[in-house]
Design a protein around this ligand. Sequence first.
Ligand code: ANZ
Length: 801
Amino acid sequence: MNYNFKDIEIKWQNYWFENKMFKASNDPNKPKKYILDMFPYPSAQGLHVGHISGYTATDILSRYYRMKGFNVLHPFGWDAFGLPAEQFALKTGKDPEGFTKENILNFKKQIIRSGKGIDWDREISTAEPYYFKWTQWIFKKLYEHDLAEIKDVEVNWCKDLGTVLANDEIINVDGKMVSERGNYPVVKKAMRQWVLKITKYADRLLDDLELINWTHSLKEMQKNWIGKSQGAIIDFKVFESNHKIQVFTTRPDTIYGVTYVVLAPEHELVSSITTDSEKESVLNYIEETKHKSDLERQTNKEKTGIFSGSYAINPLNNKKVPIWIADYVLPEYGTGAVMAVPAHDERDFEFAQNFGLDMIEVIKNDSDDSYTGDGIHYNSGIIDGLNNEQATKKIIDYLTQTKTGYGHATYRLRDWVFSRQRYWGEPFPVVYDSDDNIIILDEEDLPLLLPKMKNIAPSGTGESPLANAHSWLNVEYKGKNVRRETNTMPQLAGSSWYYIGFILKEILGMIPLNSEEAKEELKKWLPVDIYLGGTEHAVGHLLYSRFWHKFLYDLGIVETKEPFLKLINQGMVLGPDNQKMSKSRGNVINPDDIIDEFGADTLRVYEMFMGPLTAEKSWSNESVSGIKRFLDRVFRMYQFEIVDEVEELNNVYHQTIKKVTEDIENLNFNTAISQLMIFVNDAYKVKKISHEQARGFIKLLNPFAPHITEEINKVVLNVKEDLIYSTWPIYDEKYLEVSEIELVIQVNGKLRARIMTKPNLTNEEYEKMALSDQNVIKHLENLTIRRVLVVPNKLVNIVAN
Ligand code: ANZ
């Protein structure tokens, strides 16, 4: 008799849902565990088997820790604002809100069908007013703390799409930037944008990585993104002018090797230092630059540039050097100006070669190209004879004393451009008066809702579609005629604090973020103990939410410095052809189909059995059937005679408890399942099972396969207690002790005997045992023993000749 998963699974899912079985408990006597999934964007495609892999892993952990006596918080929600809903609305003329809600319902159904145990009273959607009221509130606080400002930012403007694009929405075709969607031209254009000053938190974002249990590679990615460079800012006076050019350098020690200075084409001094004779060519050059992406500018070996006509003075030796304008210098990094040392910097070397500029070597070396290493300085005035470190220190001291520069660190991290020219996002709680003064809305005027619009086509001017919502746009606020901000916030705004939202969510709303009650609740649950999601968020989301968390820490709302203690990236689930699943390849596996055919328990156990959680693995339909057969075998095992004691199974039973417990804690779900299979195989050999083993085994399997185990528990074994709240089995050491070992005996490396004996004897005892074996004696005939090597509990090797 096989189990009827169709009826069984729905029955338990309904029971769990109706009885709110996974509601987080507040029992003050228990320790807490906050186990979190990266919440999904509710797309029209529905859940993918890749989602199920991560969601099952966190569900296993949640169920396990609950049985171990923890208060477990395992919530779920929706990253509901975003571009696909906007585009759907544009295409169909339908409302993005309704579309998103339909998708959410579908996702939720799928999650419930997968058997995931969620505290649904805490469900949140970032697009609901009860939630984005507080996203707007956090923005308001950021503004009030001088961490949000509006400024002209160079953006990637795509006229044909009528929108600004992110760097990863642009591709390079024949040296020109075009949109990935549609291949429309993209140009750099300055636009007024809200910007969040995450760079003020750069050092903390870097230093506090020490506090968290993330993988080395993930921390490295965060570090590289922040990209701290220690160096100096140095003033170069412009010859015969009052201007001075500030350069940022990581190598102030090479200053005697400077042969020219370069400004980024966007640098504010370009127009004032360009001489009349150079004006036309400089303007042409600036125009050309607008079509190049930053990446291209940085990596292009054929360096381009143009002479400005002016010269600068090196503050160390008063040497006059030409000022060039070149796009390999980026406007947004350092000061947007560099002192060029072609003898010791590759980019400067390539540029100088191209334009026949001087090179002066100042560090001794044997290289033919630019030498970037350490060494003894020469041709270098006050730092002759010093190495890099000594020279750097001396130059910075000199600059500081003469007020011509100072030590300075620069970061690769940019401030966060926070405006999107879109409809389907959080509106900014901001209005402008007729003089363009910023007025931030009062707290009691939040949330500011989106207007309902029939047509959300782009305004065409680069403004968001909200610029067409006239009655929403122009209002009276505090007695003034004002115009609302028309941009909306990026999708990463709502996801920057949702793990806090879950804690504060009550059935019909949220505990106010700025209340004492909120602080209490947050103190109870933060930080998130285990956070699981895909690697695609290794930088953006994780960095931004760490930034917001630190800001809320500064406001005294949260008490931990970091939001996510342990972070795990699950590996990708590939198609049966070992390729990334995609519609066009036709290799997409739909979790609904698998659940229909085999049941959710099979899907869950299969996905956890595929391989290590963090590894990439390929789908196999045969293995899915194999798992179904395993669960059928488990079900039939409960038709064996159940007796008081089955001694033969005691060892494997207790070993299974130990292995599954340790494997779950170490996220080795695949090997935990293997051990459960070993137990079942052994039980089939004796065709009976004890009461303790019967009950213990379904507890061990329950986190993986919650439906079949609950069915066995309640219906077959007739137990009243829900497995969800039962206690996790404990193993007995006495059954783990190995009573016998197999000792391998070799003579000159060749196997001559195997002896079953007691473990943990002395080397002498093992040696004696080996030498008295008949077969060994035979092989030692006429030989002299030279040496005996003993590996305790394993092997004795006798060397003889
Ligand atoms: C002189 C020099 C001499 C440099 C030398 C390097 C080697 P990282 O390490 O990435 O921070 N630089 C500064 N601002 C720049 C900008 N806006 N665009 C392009 N390049 C810029 O790089 C810092 C170095 O990159 C700086 O140190 C500067 O070149 C260049 F032997 O100054 B260096």
